[in-house]
Ligand binder design. Structure first.
Ligand SMILES: [Zn+2]
Length: 138
């Protein structure tokens, strides 16, 4: 099946043309992916296992299950922020002391929030349902 055939259209319609994870609007003739909720490599080969996803989510989720992806996101975001720290620190050197302090406070707040984040996907119920089928059958 392809994303532009009848089955692809049905998958696209599942989320009304949004990425099942981040909720981004997708253009049917544009760039989006038929995403395997349960990865193919983990026996996710049945038809009801597909949702539409944007490139970024599809790429980041990789071979994870939705529940694993959900747990990965705060940690992945945290790593990205930590990656940015040296750049932010040099930026702060250029700012006034008060501005630099404000920037660092925001960053610290963001890092704290990451740790307590529960990620809810755009099509959370659908994704849970599909993953449940995988674990419990039927
Ligand atoms: Zn997305």
């Amino acid at each position: 099946m392809g994303k532009h055939d009848e089955e692809g259209q049905a998958v696209f319609a599942l989320t009304d043309g949004h990425c099942a994870y981040c909720g981004a609007s997708l253009a049917f003739w544009g760039e989006w992916h038929l995403e395997h909720v349960v990865p193919r490599s983990r026996e996710g080969k049945w038809k009801g296992n597909l949702v539409p996803a944007c490139t970024r989510c599809n790429f980041r989720k990789g071979v994870l299950l939705p529940s694993e992806f959900r747990r990965w996101i705060p940690c992945g975001l945290r790593k990205q922020i930590e990656h940015m720290l040296p750049a932010v620190e040099s930026l702060c050197e250029l700012l006034s002391a008060t501005d630099a302090e404000a920037v660092l406070t925001h960053l610290e707040d963001a890092l704290c929030r990451m740790e307590n984040t529960t990620v809810t996907f755009y099509s959370d119920d659908l994704l849970r349902e599909i993953e449940d089928k995988f674990f419990h059958g039927g």
